[in-house]
Design a protein around this ligand. Structure first.
Ligand SMILES: CC(C)=CCC/C(C)=C/CC/C(C)=C/CC/C(C)=C/CC/C(C)=C/CC/C(C)=C/CC/C(C)=C/COP(=O)(O)OP(=O)(O)O
Ligand code: 1GP
Ligand code: MG
Length: 236
């Protein structure tokens, strides 16, 4: 089973939050932008209804559409792919495996396994909602990052390491290190990309670049990241 089939070539992704408003015109621009995929997800206020609503609007377009499941309530059928986050840099097991086990007890028999992947999350911006929620140990030096990559990539063989700086542009040296060390995992980078230059820098460091909040603040700037990422070649 080739779990990386759908996202193995994704270089640029827009992340849309069901808890935030987006007009039909704005959604059209995002879905027709040339991005490789749209991920639906957020850390708070995500419900079954707002997730179904956003999915059905995105479904009018051909762009691949995945759900990052952040609560049981938001487990909605009909997406092309599902991502289940496991937070690796927290001491609170609830966020590493606890809630996920509860979700699997409930939905396990219905999960399309060939279209579902775990993400090893490293939450690296202490100010982000997700960091506060999960009690993430966000301060990470190169040695500790290396150990987390070995854990995720070599021991756990997770298909994705998600370096999450949501709301803040991160440390590209750390991201580059993770992508170089990973032998099978794809390194997703997200956080604070609000112009083409930052998108380019992230694309030089990570396998996949994820753009979120700027969509709601400056759509033109968000759209400029698509071509910026496409200009950067990356080995694997
Ligand atoms: C047919 C059918 C039912 C399909 C569904 C199949 C499926 C795969 C079901 C999964 C079942 C399951 C395992 C459920 C459990 C889900 C769960 C509770 C997982 C835990 C997720 C988790 C660790 C959450 C903590 C927060 C976090 C890491 C969220 C990830 C997304 C994120 C960081 C978004 C950024 O949020 P944002 O709101 O944008 O933040 P800012 O304010 O900073 O912008
Ligand atoms: O919203 P931003 O800061 O662009 O981050 C993108 C994504 O990683 C959020 O989960
Ligand atoms: Mg956000």
């Amino acid at each position: 089973m080739e779990l990386q089939a759908i996202y193995g070539n994704w270089r640029h992704v827009f992340k849309l939050d069901p808890d935030r408003e987006i007009s039909d015109e704005q959604l059209d621009a995002i879905c027709m932008s040339g991005t490789d995929a749209v991920i639906v997800g957020g850390s708070t206020g995500v419900t079954f209804d707002n997730t179904v609503d956003l999915m059905s609007r995105i479904r009018r377009y051909e762009v691949p559409c995945a759900l990052e499941v952040s609560s049981e309530e938001a487990a909605v059928p009909g997406f092309d792919h599902y991502f289940v986050p496991l937070v690796l840099n927290t001491d609170r097991t609830e966020w590493m495996t606890g809630r996920q086990i509860d979700g699997l007890r409930k939905f396990g028999a219905f999960i399309p396994w060939e279209d579902t992947s775990a993400e090893g999350y490293l939450i690296l911006n202490a100010e982000a909602e997700a960091a506060k929620l999960t009690g993430a140990r966000s301060a990470m030096d190169a040695e500790t990052l290396t150990a987390h990559v070995y854990m995720a990539d070599r021991l756990m063989r997770l298909p994705i390491i998600y370096m999450e700086y949501s709301g803040k542009f991160g440390d590209m040296e750390l991201v580059r290190r993770a992508a170089r060390l990973a032998s099978g995992a794809r390194v997703f980078y997200g956080g604070g990309i609000d112009n083409a230059d930052k998108a380019r820098q992230a694309a030089e460091a990570a396998h996949t670049v994820i753009v979120g909040n700027i969509i709601y603040e400056d759509l033109e700037a968000a759209l400029s990241t698509v071509a910026a990422v496409a200009e950067v070649a990356f080995g694997r």
